[in-house]
Design a binder for this molecule. Structure first.
Ligand code: F6R
Length: 242
């Protein structure tokens, strides 16, 4: 695991985006794994800038979102399908048809999960997975206690995660209780994982990820077993590291 400690979120975003740009230069039809939330925003800002100013080309790339709320219609402004479109896809020249999200509104969710796994396989697997980390160490929405071999499935959000995400809704009561998320095994199958974390609120989770024992109680710690994981953090998020 490679750990990169930088001054602030802006530098974190620039460094993670440069890994995406290098991949696209090598492999224009790369498959990107896309996280939502606050952490990847500086990455998407920088990718949008590289596209606008340097012509970084996403026309042959494709993307797979990590997760989706269950029960929100796809066009709800806080569905992750909408968030990925707004924060990333609409700001670069990626073909919207090649930007996929799990279907959290499907009548048969288990079937939707299986279809999502198949779609990732059919695309040849994820080349570079952008990840954030929850304050409880989750990646995707694989909350503490998740199977480290899991594939895309339905999960229940912890109260901590619902509280953390309430800022995107008008009240915590509107935050869905369930999500469809890529599993830990799905994420581990990505060829390169780039996890970004910023702010002191993530310091404990980053400590567990980097220096803790590998345990399902801090799911991100499994990335210690990943053959190519890059952890890019600011000084505040690195503040609990030895
Ligand atoms: C989002 C996701 C989550 C977030 C995590 C951190 O697609 O899968 O694991 O990355 O909850 O969220 P932020 O970045 O908002 O602190």
């Amino acid at each position: 695991m490679e750990i990169v400690i930088l001054r602030d979120a802006h530098e974190v975003g620039r460094t993670a985006a440069s890994a995406v740009a290098a991949l696209l230069a090598r492999r224009p039809d790369a498959v990107l794994g896309l996280a939502t939330g606050s952490s990847p925003l500086p990455v998407y800002d920088e990718l949008a800038r590289l596209h606008a100013e340097d012509g970084l080309d996403f026309s042959r790339a494709s993307g797979f979102a990590l997760d989706e709320y269950v029960g929100l219609p796809g066009d709800h402004p806080e569905s992750y399908r909408s968030v990925i479109r707004r924060d990333f896809a609409e700001r670069v020249n990626i073909d919207p048809v090649r930007v996929h999200s799990p279907d959290g509104a499907a009548a048969d969710l288990e079937d939707a999960c299986a279809r999502y796994e198949q779609a990732i396989l059919d695309a040849g697997g994820v080349d570079l997975q952008i990840l954030g980390i929850g304050t409880d160490g989750h990646i995707g929405f694989n909350e503490p206690g998740s199977s480290l071999a899991s594939r895309t499935r339905i999960k229940t959000l912890t109260e901590q995660t619902r509280r953390d995400n309430a800022r995107f809704f008008s009240s915590i009561d509107e935050v869905p209780h369930h999500v469809v998320t890529q599993g830990v095994g799905t994420i581990m199958a990505a060829r390169h994982v780039v996890l970004v974390a910023t702010g002191a609120v993530k310091a404990g989770a980053v400590h567990g990820l980097v220096e803790g024992p590998v345990t399902a109680m801090c799911v991100a710690s499994v990335l210690q077993f990943h053959p190519h994981a890059t952890v890019i953090v600011d000084e505040a998020a690195a503040s609990a590291l030895d």
